[in-house]
Write a protein that binds this ligand. Structure first.
Ligand SMILES: Cc1cc2nc3c(=O)[nH]c(=O)nc-3n(C[C@H](O)[C@H](O)[C@H](O)COP(=O)(O)O)c2cc1C
Length: 185
């Protein structure tokens, strides 16, 4: 096990934070493979596994991808690797859920390996001129029309340390046991 690895899932979920600044350290090929393996093992509606993943490590391409939105995507330029998570709309109506679950599974696997990551939303995001961010990525990465990018996960070694999730700020009030409480007049 990697020396930074957690070994305990409840610790891992507390430790995982979005990381948008990365060092220059290369991601080991086997670690990247472990991250993609996690995506490929993630649950999908009816077991369709109708996602695709485009793995990008080319600096120029990462920079171009980082301009696919007016804001919120710039961190991709500094990522060591970005994984574009695509769903196949022609195969499943749950493509968005399946892609999201694969994406977040990669994020937890990355955190378990001591890597940082952040989600960049692509679906329903647009350039200033109204062009969908998905089209910008489609042009750069040549994926077919039946696929839509849900998100890009930028990955690398964290350049800054982030505090774990604050146990005292968890929104337990949003958890409703049994049913929502009855309104009292
Ligand atoms: C559906 C979704 C979309 C997100 N989109 C972006 C994004 O476009 N750009 C970005 O920098 N972070 C994005 N994030 C990361 C969130 O900002 C981050 O998860 C949130 O602020 C909570 O911080 P934490 O991940 O450190 O707990 C996204 C996260 C999710 C789950």
């Amino acid at each position: 096990m990697n020396e930074k690895a957690m070994g305990n899932f409840s610790e891992l979920v507390q430790k995982r934070r979005s990381v948008r600044k990365f060092t220059d350290e290369e991601i080991k090929a086997e670690d990247l493979q472990t991250i993609l393996r996690a995506a490929l093992m993630s649950p999908t509606s009816k077991g369709t596994r109708a996602w695709h993943f485009v793995v990008v490590d080319d600096k120029d391409l990462l920079e171009k991808m980082s301009l696919c939105r007016p804001m919120g995507s710039q961190f991709i330029a500094g990522a060591k690797v970005a994984v574009v998570v695509l769903g196949d709309r022609e195969v499943t109506d749950a493509w968005c859920e399946d892609a999201s679950i694969a994406a977040v599974t990669m994020q937890y696997q990355a955190a378990d390996l001591g890597l940082g990551s952040c989600w960049c939303q692509i679906r329903n995001r647009f350039m200033e001129n109204g062009e969908p961010s998905d089209n910008v990525l489609r042009f750069l990465l040549r994926y077919p029309e039946n696929l839509t990018a849900e998100c890009v996960i930028g990955i690398g070694y964290p350049a800054i340390e982030r505090k774990p999730q604050d146990e005292d700020k968890l929104k337990w009030e949003n958890v409703h046991v049994g049913a929502f409480p009855q309104e009292v007049e």
